[in-house]
Design a protein around this ligand. Structure first.
Ligand code: A3P
Length: 302
């Protein structure tokens, strides 16, 4: 693992995917015990691609009849505590299913090939959010510094960049993650919705609308007239969420694991921060890798 982390993190290769020990147990148990139900919706992502934002938006979409922007659990609860993650909250998910309480949707960082067989064999809807790899690397780098309390000046960016490019990062290789979902989305039209972080930033209205329709909660013309989409966008915006007390000073509620502070999931929320971190050489190297590894997907990733 990265030398500047001084042995604090060891990644294990689980059937081609890099994972730390904390998550391995959850992944194993999800694979063995989780059974998808037809009404499930899965929110999938490579870490640092907008998972927290997607969870907040989906939560707001599905609870909009009950809550508005002045009265929503999102004001006091971190999005990760509103929507569970398969590998992180597997015990809670299995228990809730056993008690027949409904926990849908469910998020996961697992790559497509490691999703429990019952998910891949079902027609459950899958939403995959992806993001320009350059910003993913920068976000990942700052997240690692934050979790392990390493000052930026003691953490060489270049080493993190090189390891990431080689595919070594939590739930990586990034390349396989994104191409796995891109391929599956072509093979299974209507089952997998690909959403791009940058598109959501540029045009949140049509993307939120598309997302709501896809997961079976379309907006009525009356809701659209009343500005419900705009209110969901405002409620889940980086500016709004990152300024809430729970997201500034709170901690996630996960029994088995020690989780990063909530504030670390809200850094800048911008497109293009890579320009402040990459040398020309790094940029050339990554552009080449994008072409080589992801050119065949047809996705625009630069
Ligand atoms: P940056 O580090 O570039 O700021 P994930 O949720 O998958 O871990 O991804 C974290 C990234 O999403 C971070 O990116 C974080 O700031 C950004 N993010 C979190 N909430 C967001 C929101 N509401 N809108 C846009 N970006 C958000």
């Amino acid at each position: 693992s990265l030398s500047w982390l001084k042995g604090k993190v060891t990644l294990y290769n689980y059937q081609g995917t890099w994972c730390n020990r904390m998550f391995l147990e959850g992944v194993n148990s999800a694979q063995q015990s989780f059974k998808a139900r037809p009404s499930d919706v899965f929110l999938c992502s490579h870490p640092k691609s907008g998972t927290t934002w997607l969870k907040a938006i989906v939560f707001a979409i599905i609870t909009r009849q009950k809550f508005d922007e002045f009265n929503t659990p999102l004001l006091t609860t971190m999005p990760h505590d509103c929507i569970p993650s398969l590998e992180k909250n597997i015990e809670q998910i299995l228990e809730n299913r056993h008690n027949n309480s409904c926990v849908t949707p469910i998020a996961t960082h697992l790559p497509y090939n490691l999703l429990p067989e019952s998910i891949r064999a079902s027609n459950c809807k899958i939403v995959y959010i992806y993001r320009n790899v350059k910003d993913v690397i920068v976000s990942f780098y700052h997240f690692l510094c934050g979790i392990h309390n390493v000052p930026i000046e003691d953490a060489p960016f270049e080493e993190t960049f090189d390891e990431f490019c080689r595919g070594i990062s939590g739930f990586g290789p990034y390349w396989d993650h994104i191409s796995g979902f891109a391929k599956a989305s072509l093979e299974r039209p209507g089952i997998i919705l690909l959403l791009k972080y940058e598109d959501m930033k540029k045009d949140p209205t049509s993307n939120v609308k598309r997302l709501a329709e896809f997961i079976g909660y379309p907006f009525t013309p009356q809701e659209e007239k009343q500005g419900v989409i705009e209110s969901i966008i405002n409620m889940t915006s980086f500016e709004n969420l990152s300024n809430l007390e729970v997201n500034k000073n709170g901690l996630q509620k996960v029994e088995r694991l020690i989780m990063p502070e909530n504030r670390l999931y809200f850094r800048k929320g911008k497109v293009g921060d890579w320009e402040n971190h990459f040398t020309d050489e790094m940029n050339e190297k990554i552009d080449k890798l994008i072409d080589e590894k992801l050119g065949h997907t047809g996705l625009v990733l630069k």
